[in-house]
Structure formats: structure tokens, C-alpha cells
Write a protein that binds this ligand. Structure first.
Ligand code: IVH
Length: 665
């Protein structure tokens, strides 16, 4: 392809690729940004005049793909294993002992940073980037090629004729993360808890245009298919990957003793906060490939490498205030407002205090110096108070007796630690209920964040969830920070939500004790809202996993006249009130349980999607291509290369009649 291009177009591509590499991989650009932009404009203009010059690997084509309906599954020819982890020096010494027992005393390790992102696999066919995939369950991942193409540090072409598969981590640099969350805050969208979640959320976008705005990056650290002829060590492999122009983390180091390994860990524990990306540990790998092979792997993890995970980070901050908020169930929760501090890579400003008892137990006072850590490295918590640093000016705290939003008296229900506002008309309850209704696991209405809901509520445009379906363009465009495009998108999202399956609506209504899972179970058991509303205690408790408490709450909920009125209103608005999901959980023993199945050719009675659904409902896994892990191929009319491959590898093959038969059992 490239060979047919005129020389000046080839030059433009070469320069743009080189400058991108200098900028994104080496962090050392040799030309100003304006020069890059100028060359890019020139290439765009040339391709506009000659569309035949556009190939998928042109630097202009990073955001070429159209939005997808769903991701295609990808089978990893060589499984992507996971990594064992340890949390102390002793455990690392145990690992070292096991290694030496197996391969003798002459061991060199490579220490690498454990990048906090998502494992990915990249395939280049004769130097062209053709497939990017997530790790998934290690055997089957998802095809995220178009999203990965938008990652600027990832070259679309490599100077090689070979076909290779390299593996690494896709992550979001701390700067990009902070910027993204600032934007989201301004738009009233939920914030990402950490760069890792943000990277995951960005890679899972069906529209690559969104991913392109998220500024992700990659580091490669291993390979699947790769010509290892002249390579005998892991360090050599890293260099070979780097030589191809792929980004490899520059901090890796060979260590000849465990002392050197510990020094590396200490050094990077200290440097951690100053790195441009998040790391959650150090990976220690046996360098020699011969020794790696001798050590082998278990079903899940290689025996020649291990991750040392950093302990949850703790830092000291000052408790500036305690804020009280009222949740959708009326529960009143205190939150610590802190002097902002960096913990495990992100800025912490607030920490949950759970309830009044916790404040009393820890004797927390406003002005106290407190130790903060992140539970599971995500949710900030107050660990304890540095009482020794008190000045005497700290102010003890007591919970209010009245609801901060509606003023009604708070109550402590039996056996509960939390105080509650039990006024059903309390604006906090209603507002929080609305926020819950539109949230991702409920009605999933994109573009209706907390900020927008709060505005709508405060302007009296919505009082209950049915009002959401009465909103119009003029009302929405009048809100802060809403443009025509976002209003149109929002109205579309609201309209789309009407088609949701029953369990989403059920969960969204916020019936006490009915979480997402219980909602799913109830929807599947009763099928329609009316049948659920009419169900007796006996009928409800007869359902697996629905206990007395849940059943009672459902009965109480539907017995309220205002609930009946609300449901009627929602019906009139056109909301679906029926369960649309799969009918029953996959039974344990079917002809497909635990099997990896490939569909090929055309069937008379099913579309591909229908056949896939039937198999998945019966516990099977349908993948796109025939590989060593395929158990069964179902071949319709005019099946081609997949069928040939299955025959060649003696994989079990069924025709459509046999497939139909198997569904009857
Ligand atoms: S080697 C057998 N090296 O950590 C798996 N993994 O907790 C090979 N990770 O799934 C992994 N930085 O996503 C390796 N320098 C590094 C890494 C790294 C981050 C991730 C990877 C893996 C996870 C395991």
C-alpha cells in the first residue's frame, strides 16, 4: 500500500510518526507543536484531494472507526495469564527461594513498575496494527482495535515484516485523569475514582471518538507471538520491543541480588508520587528465558514472576469540617471535609465517616490532624486521630437533631446505627431518589448527572421520576452549561430509557432492600410490573433468594396509593413495564456448559445473534474464531475457512439439525 504513495506523502507520514514518537514516547519533541499541526494539515489536504492515498495506518486515521453496537470477542491464541502477588519482603524471599530451588543459584531478575491500568494485547501483521484486545478472562477478550488506534503513543506501523503480538498495559496519565475529572465535575457527570477506572471506562467506549478525547497511553512489557530467535532474556525482549518503536517503560532494571530488588522497591516507593502515571507495585521477573521455561506456570500464573504490591498509602491531613448529607433512603451520613492531600496518586478532599458512632469512637473533632488512607486504594477513610498534636482549639462535633434539608426531627430506627429523616416529602430524599433513578445500573440516562438533576429540581421542573419524561427542549436549554447538542442527546437518552427492561425501572424506583440483583430476580420471576404489584407475600417469598424483609418491603411499597399513581403515569409516558432479559439463569448441566463454541455459515432457523443467545443462556461461550480452545463448531450453510480449520484440528462439528436437537433437551 505504502509503496504506491507519492514521495511527499510518504515523507509527511514519516515525519508525523517520528514527531509523535518523540512527543508521546520519548517525551522529548524536536519540533514545536505548530510544526506538527502544519504537517498534519498538509497531509489531510493531500488525502482530501486523493482519497485513494488514505490507508488505515495513515496518521490522519486515528479516529477513523464508526461507533460499534457491541465489542466482538477475541480469542487469545496464547492465554493471557494473571500474576501472583505478595505484600512483604518475606514473601518475596519465599518466591526467590522457590525459584532458586528449581533453577539453581545463578538468577538475575528484572524489576519493572507495575503500571496501574488494563492489560491489553496488540497484534501487528507484517508491521501493521490490525488488532487490539482486552485481556478479558485471559482466554477471550474484546476487540478494542479502534479505541486503541486513538492512543497517540501507539504506532500504527512498525518497521518489520513479521507478525507479532505484544502485550502491555493501557493507562491514563495522572494529568489526563485530573483534567478529565475537572471536566466531568463541570458537566455534573460522576467522577472517576482513580486513573485505572477512568482508563477502563475509556477503553470500553463503543464510540472511538470519546476514547480519543481521553488521552490514554500504553507501555508494553511482554509478547505472545514474537520472533525470539536472538533473544534469550526478558530484558532483551523489552529492548527488542523498544527497538520496534513501541513504548516500553524506561524504569526497568536488572537486579542480580535480592538486596538490589529491595533497593529498587524502596527507590520507586519513594518516587511513586512524582511519576506521571499511577503504579500499584513492582513486578519481579526472572530474566533468563531458559529459566522461565524451566519454572513454567500454573493454570493461572507464571512461576517465574511475581508482583510486589504497595501497602495502602497513608497520609496526614486536617479535618476542616464535617458535612451532613441525607441519602435517598433518608439515612443521614457525615462526611469529613479535609485539607486536600495526595493519597495513592489522587487528590483526596473528602472521606466517608459512615455514621455518628464512628465519630464518637474515634473522638473526632473539627481541626484535628487525622490519618487518611484509601480502602482498597479507592475509597478514602479516616484511620485515626493524632490526638498528641491537638492544640486545644479543636471543636467536638455532635450530630444535628433535625434534618439539614427539611428540618423535620431525625429518628434512629430500631437496630440501626444511622439516623434517618423519615419525611417522604424531604427534598433531599426526592433529589437523591431522582439521581438514583437515572444512574447507570438503574435507568442509565446519560447526560443527567447530579448537577443537572439538582438544577431541574431546584427550578421545580421535576418533582418525581415521571416528570423526567415530560421535560422539553426549552426547559433544558435554559439550564447552566447546556448546549443544543447536549440537550438533544439528553432528550434522546431519556426517550431510549423507556425501552429498558423491567429490572432497571424496578431498581430505579428505589424500593427499600431491593438492590440491582433483587430487582433482576423479581423481574424475571414476575415478568410484568402489574404482576409484581399484585403478588402476595407467599408468592414473593417463594422466589429463590427473596426473603421476608424484601417481600414485605415490596408489599408495603405497592400498597401505597401514590405508588400506583406514579406507575400509571409512567405507563402513560410510554415506559416498558415488562422483563426483556434472558428467561432463566443458565442451568448447570447443558450440552454447552463451560464450552467455547464457534458459529459459522448461515442457519435456516436462527440469526447469528439468536444462536449465540441460545448457547449463552445454556452456559456456553461463543467466540469469533477457531482456536486451540474451541470445543465445538456449529456450521450452517456455506461455512468456509472456520469449518476447514475445525476439520483440520479435529474439533467437534455440528450441523443445524443437531444444534436444534440439543436445544430441546
Ligand atoms: S507481567 C502473567 N508486567 O498487572 C501476567 N504485568 O496484577 C503478565 N501489569 O494482568 C503480567 N504492569 O495487567 C506485567 N510491568 C508489568 C505490569 C503488569 C502492570 C498488570 C497486568 C497484569 C496485572 C496483574
Amino acid at each position: 500500500m505504502e509503496d504506491n504513495l507519492p514521495a511527499h506523502v510518504r515523507d509527511l507520514r514519516k515525519w508525523l510518526n517520528q514527531y509523535s514518537y518523540e512527543y508521546y514516547v520519548e517525551d522529548n519533541p524536536s519540533v514545536p507543536d505548530s510544526e506538527y499541526d502544519r504537517l498534519m494539515q498538509e497531509l489531510i489536504a493531500a488525502e482530501k484531494a486523493h482519497p485513494e492515498w488514505i490507508t488505515p495506518d495513515s496518521p490522519t486515521q486515528r479516529v477513523g472507526g464508526k461507533p460499534l453496537k457491541e465489542f466482538t470477542k477475541v480469542t487469545h491464541e496464547i492465554p493471557m495469564l494473571s500474576l501472583g502477588d505478595v505484600f512483604s519482603e518475606e514473601e518475596l524471599l519465599d518466591f526467590d527461594r522457590r525459584v532458586r530451588q528449581q533453577v539453581g543459584d545463578d538468577v538475575t531478575y528484572v524489576c519493572e513498575l507495575k503500571i496501574d491500568g488494563l492489560a491489553i494485547s496488540l497484534t501487528y501483521e507484517r508491521g501493521r496494527f490490525v488488532l487490539g484486545a482486552t485481556r478479558g478472562d485471559g482466554t477471550t477478550g474484546e476487540d478494542i482495535t479502534n479505541n486503541l488506534r486513538t492512543v497517540r503513543s501507539l504506532p500504527l506501523t512498525l518497521p518489520t515484516d513479521e507478525t507479532i503480538e505484544v502485550r502491555g498495559e493501557c493507562y491514563m496519565p495522572k494529568k489526563s485523569f485530573d483534567k478529565l475529572n475537572q471536566q466531568r465535575q463541570a458537566n455534573g457527570e460522576p467522577l472517576f475514582a482513580n486513573p485505572r477506572n477512568a482508563a477502563a471506562g475509556s477503553l470500553r467506549q463503543l464510540d472511538p471518538k470519546i476514547t480519543a478525547h481521553r488521552r490514554l497511553a500504553v507501555f508494553l512489557y511482554s509478547a505472545g507471538t514474537f520472533n525470539r530467535e536472538k533473544i534469550t532474556t526478558h530484558y532483551g525482549l523489552l529492548q527488542a520491543i523498544r527497538t520496534l518503536g513501541l513504548p516500553v517503560n524506561p524504569e526497568s532494571r536488572r537486579c542480580r541480588t535480592m538486596q538490589e530488588v529491595f533497593d529498587y522497591i524502596k527507590e520507586y516507593t519513594e518516587k511513586r508520587d512524582s511519576l506521571a502515571y499511577g503504579i500499584d507495585g513492582i513486578v519481579v521477573k526472572v530474566d533468563s528465558m531458559a529459566q522461565q521455561a524451566a519454572l513454567g506456570h500454573t493454570v493461572k500464573t507464571p512461576r517465574w514472576m511475581i508482583a510486589y504490591k504497595f501497602p495502602a498509602e497513608e497520609v496526614v491531613s486536617r479535618l476542616e469540617a464535617i458535612e451532613i448529607s441525607v441519602g435517598r433512603t433518608g439515612a443521614v451520613t457525615p462526611t469529613a471535609v479535609l485539607t486536600p492531600v495526595q493519597v495513592a496518586g489522587t487528590t483526596v478532599r473528602r472521606a466517608t465517616l459512615h455514621n455518628e458512632d464512628l465519630i464518637r469512637e474515634k473522638d473526632l473533632r473539627i481541626g484535628d490532624r487525622v490519618v487518611i488512607h484509601k480502602a482498597g486504594d479507592i475509597i478514602p477513610e479516616v484511620v485515626n486521630v493524632l490526638t498528641g498534636q491537638r492544640t486545644g482549639k479543636e471543636i467536638p462535633f455532635s450530630m444535628p437533631e433535625n434534618c439539614p434539608e427539611c428540618g423535620s426531627a431525625l429518628v434512629r430506627l430500631e437496630e440501626e446505627v444511622a439516623l434517618r429523616c423519615i419525611n417522604p416529602k424531604c427534598p433531599a430524599l426526592i433529589r437523591e431518589g431522582l439521581i438514583h433513578f437515572v444512574s447507570r445500573n438503574a435507568m442509565n440516562i446519560d447526560g443527567l448527572g447530579e448537577k443537572v438533576i439538582t438544577q431541574l429540581f431546584e427550578k421545580h421542573l421535576i418533582h418525581d421520576v415521571a416528570d423526567l419524561y415530560k421535560l422539553n427542549f426549552d426547559e433544558l436549554i435554559a439550564l447552566d452549561r447546556m448546549g443544543e447538542k447536549s440537550v438533544t442527546n439528553l432528550l434522546e437518552a431519556i426517550e431510549r430509557s423507556k425501552q429498558n427492561s423491567l429490572e432497571r425501572l424496578l431498581f430505579g424506583l428505589g424500593i427499600r432492600f431491593i438492590g440491582a440483583k433483587a430487582a433482576q430476580i423479581l423481574a424475571r420471576a414476575f415478568h410484568t410490573m402489574d404482576q409484581l404489584a399484585a403478588a402476595s407475600m407467599e408468592q414473593l417469598t417463594a422466589v429463590d433468594e427473596i426473603g421476608e424483609k424484601m417481600a414485605d418491603s415490596v408489599r408495603t411499597y405497592f400498597a401505597k396509593p401514590e405508588v400506583a399513581a406514579l406507575i400509571d403515569e409512567l405507563k402513560t409516558a410510554g415506559l416498558n413495564m415488562t422483563y426483556l432479559g434472558p428467561d432463566a439463569p443458565a442451568p448447570a448441566d447443558t450440552p454447552f456448559s463451560g464450552k467455547t463454541v464457534v458459529l459459522t455459515g448461515k442457519m435456516e432457523h436462527f440469526t447469528r445473534t439468536e444462536a449465540k443467545k441460545e448457547i449463552e443462556q445454556r452456559g456456553g461461550n461463543v467466540t469469533g474464531s477457531v482456536s486451540a480452545s474451541t470445543d465445538l463448531v456449529i456450521a450452517g450453510e456455506a461455512a468456509g475457512s472456520k469449518l476447514d480449520k475445525a476439520k483440520k484440528w479435529s474439533i467437534e462439528i455440528w450441523d443445524e439439525a443437531r444444534f436444534l436437537d440439543s436445544l430441546k433437551d
